[in-house]
Write a protein that binds this ligand. Structure first.
Ligand SMILES: CC(C)(COP(=O)(O)OP(=O)(O)OC[C@H]1O[C@@H](n2cnc3c(N)ncnc32)[C@H](O)[C@@H]1OP(=O)(O)O)[C@@H](O)C(=O)NCCC(=O)NCCS
Length: 216
């Protein structure tokens, strides 16, 4: 692990990520990169350049991509991995992680989250505030589990899927890649087609091609 951390993305998610990194006390310095030149500071840390400046810090820093949009986060992190950057894992001290849990690089586990035994969380995931994933969950790469989500045991969540705030997923359910569930959605049957799903129990409202990721 390096002494310095560079966080890519100085927005709201970047703030939460910097707060976790501070509390972990693993890095002497924290810096941000962001392509929005009007942002010069995030949570008291300097924004020192744009994403294209990452190379200047590659050999002396760990990196973390703090961008909420799953597809953009994947694109940037996979590019960093290909180019040999070291990618950190961020784990809030109040998160509870069970025995035999695997957590992939570039994943942030936020305050109060619980991940129970034998679950596997992929690369570049966001396991957000107070979410609870029970035993033997398999969460694909670049998934966002929003605040307050609850899943039962033996869940499979495909890559790039976004579970909206407060969603509930009953035990032994599979959700395919590139799905979105709305706020408060309840999933009681497998979801096999990408798209946006809302309600109790969920119904599909738009096809994946028409969905607007900015709504999340
Ligand atoms: C699911 C979601 C993305 C849909 O947004 P949208 O595409 O703009 O959809 P609309 O607001 O046009 O709603 C379409 C229909 O779905 C319904 N709907 C939307 N969200 C719903 C929800 N969470 N639960 C139940 N119904 C919902 C609307 O009432 C509307 O129904 P109607 O056609 O009968 O009038 C959005 O409502 C949502 O829930 N986002 C979650 C945000 C979140 O979790 N943020 C966490 C950040 S960390």
């Amino acid at each position: 692990m390096c002494k310095n951390l560079v966080i890519i993305g100085a927005g709201g998610h970047g703030k939460v990520v910097a707060d976790i990194a501070t509390k972990m006390k693993c890095w002497d310095s924290i810096r941000f990169l962001d392509d929005n030149k009007s942002i010069t500071n995030c949570l008291g840390f300097d924004v020192v350049g744009q994403i294209s400046d990452a190379i200047k810090y590659r050999d002396c820093s760990d990196f973390f991509v703090a961008i909420g949009n799953n597809n953009i986060r994947e694109k940037i992190q996979e590019d960093l991995i290909r180019r040999g950057f070291k990618i950190a894992i961020l784990l809030h001290p109040s998160a509870i992680i069970g025995t035999s849990v695997d957590i992939g690089i570039g994943t942030a586990i936020m305050a109060g989250a619980i991940i129970n035994s034998s679950s596997k969380i992929g690369n570049g995931c966001i396991i957000n505030t107070n979410s609870s994933l029970d035993h033997d969950n398999v969460v694909g790469d670049y998934v966002h589990v929003s605040p307050g989500v609850k899943t039962g045991g033996n869940i499979n969540i495909g890559r790039l899927t976004w579970l909206g705030i407060g969603s509930v997923v009953s035990n032994s359910i599979s959700i395919c890649s590139s799905c979105k569930t709305g706020a408060g959605a309840v999933v009681v049957r497998d979801i096999t087609e990408p798209g946006t799903y809302v309600g109790v129990p969920v119904r599909r409202i738009v096809s994946d091609e028409n969905s607007d990721s900015s709504k999340f």
